[in-house]
Write a protein that binds this ligand. Structure first.
Ligand SMILES: CC(C)(COP(=O)(O)OP(=O)(O)OC[C@H]1O[C@@H](n2cnc3c(N)ncnc32)[C@H](O)[C@@H]1OP(=O)(O)O)[C@@H](O)C(=O)NCCC(=O)NCCS
Length: 358
């Protein structure tokens, strides 16, 4: 009995940073970013706003959308790669701030694959009757990774100063990855469904031998002292990314997963009306369409508006597709994601009749 998504909600920080804004603090251009990645703008959380706040706001919006009282939620699964604090993670903070009561709060760490894993986990909790109402939330405040120094205030419109040469140099060192990401929270409410609708099947994978394609080397307890100024001076607290190899793996593994889940559930690509894929690069999305031999329009995209919002991406895109009518009664859609770990997979879902858009 596949779980139904009975509500979705998002929280987007109000500050929008365009590619032209970024070009005022580093050597880049709208043309380079848009052509290489498809990103035109991203939301950036203000200083003091963390992913737990964005996540809690998204959970509240999703529960409102589903018409569910917070006291009725049995479990929450929180996915993030940018928690407010290294410990205890975001799950209990979101549980508390969204007023969910002392329910089980799971924290999972699959980065761009996080929401997909969370969705499957919620389906398992419901299928095994361990829970009836589960909230899955993905939320990110990548701002904390952006090595922009005081130039952050210029981007957020709170300073009219000129960037310092030191800040420009640091921003330039990060430009291959920092321009790709954006901040957001997004959540779904999952409840018991029917055999014909809701979650129909899934396939999840991980391969730790690929961990260095994108990882954050420090802080971490493998180091004698888990956090040092030397690590920060060396930039080890920033993501280290092999963009070209990540690109290659993403274009291979997301289509493979979609094919696997279709095989497992007895459907074919001709049945799939929409693919909700992780939004890391428009060229990856185009590559997925090409690999699968489906029309590009089947692979939904909102990367131009938000950039890569890591664990928030899938629910944010689902919410947008629901609101613009691309997900309606009986739509058969495939979720798929690939991200740091590496973790990847796909999940097949048929939209039931009665769920609401906001
Ligand atoms: C990161 C990515 C957009 C880079 O695109 P690309 O076409 O491979 O570009 P390259 O890295 O080869 O860089 C090409 C040139 O642009 C420059 N460049 C990099 N970032 C730039 C920026 N923001 N603005 C302008 N120029 C930039 C590089 O320095 C390089 O210059 P050079 O040729 O003089 O050395 C692309 O590889 C990608 O999207 N990979 C996947 C990333 C991903 O999935 N990340 C998240 C995983 S969960």
């Amino acid at each position: 009995m596949g779980a139904h998504i009975t509500g979705s909600g998002v929280s987007l920080p109000p500050a929008i940073v365009t590619n032209d804004d970024l070009a005022t603090i580093m050597d880049t251009s709208d043309e380079w970013i848009a052509k290489r990645s498809g990103v035109r703008q991203r939301h950036i959380a203000a200083p003091g706003v963390g992913s737990a706040q964005l996540g809690a706001e998204a959970v509240t919006a999703a529960l409102d959308n589903a018409g569910i009282d917070p006291s009725s939620v049995d479990a929450i699964v929180s996915a993030t790669m940018t928690p407010d604090h290294y410990a205890p993670g975001n799950a209990p903070l979101i549980q508390d701030r969204a007023g969910l009561g002392s329910i089980a709060a799971f924290e999972i760490r699959q980065q761009c694959g996080g929401f997909l894993y969370g969705l499957d986990m919620a389906d398992m909790l419901i299928a095994t009757e361990r829970a009836e109402t589960v909230v899955v939330v993905g939320a990110e405040a990548h701002r904390g990774y952006m090595p922009y120094g005081d130039s952050l205030d210029i981007l957020l419109g709170t300073s009219t100063a000129e960037p310092t040469p030191e800040d420009t140099e640091r921003a330039n060192e990060s430009r291959a990855w920092s321009v790709l990401f954006g901040d957001a929270g997004a959540a779904m409410v999952l409840q018991p469904g029917t055999p014909e609708t809701g979650v129909l099947g899934s396939t999840l994978h991980s391969d730790g031998s690929l961990f260095d394609l994108i990882h954050v080397p420090a802080p971490g307890f493998v180091h004698t002292y888990w956090s040092t100024t030397e690590q920060i001076d060396a930039g080890l607290h920033n993501p280290q990314m092999n963009g070209a190899e990540l690109f290659r793996q993403a274009v291979r593994l997301m289509p493979d997963s979609v094919r696997t889940v279709l095989d497992r559930t007895g459907y074919s690509l001709d049945d799939v009306e929409l693919i909700i894929a992780h939004q890391a690069n428009q060229r990856i999305l185009d590559g997925i369409a090409k690999q699968l031999g489906v029309a590009p329009g089947i692979v939904a995209s909102n990367i131009a508006m938000y950039g890569n919002t890591t664990a928030a991406t899938l629910p944010l895109l689902f919410h947008d597709c629901k609101n613009d009518g691309r997900v309606s009664e009986d739509t058969l859609l495939a979720f798929t994601a690939f991200g740091a770990g590496a973790h990847w997979g796909a999940l097949l879902y048929r939209e039931p009749a009665t769920t609401a858009a906001s």
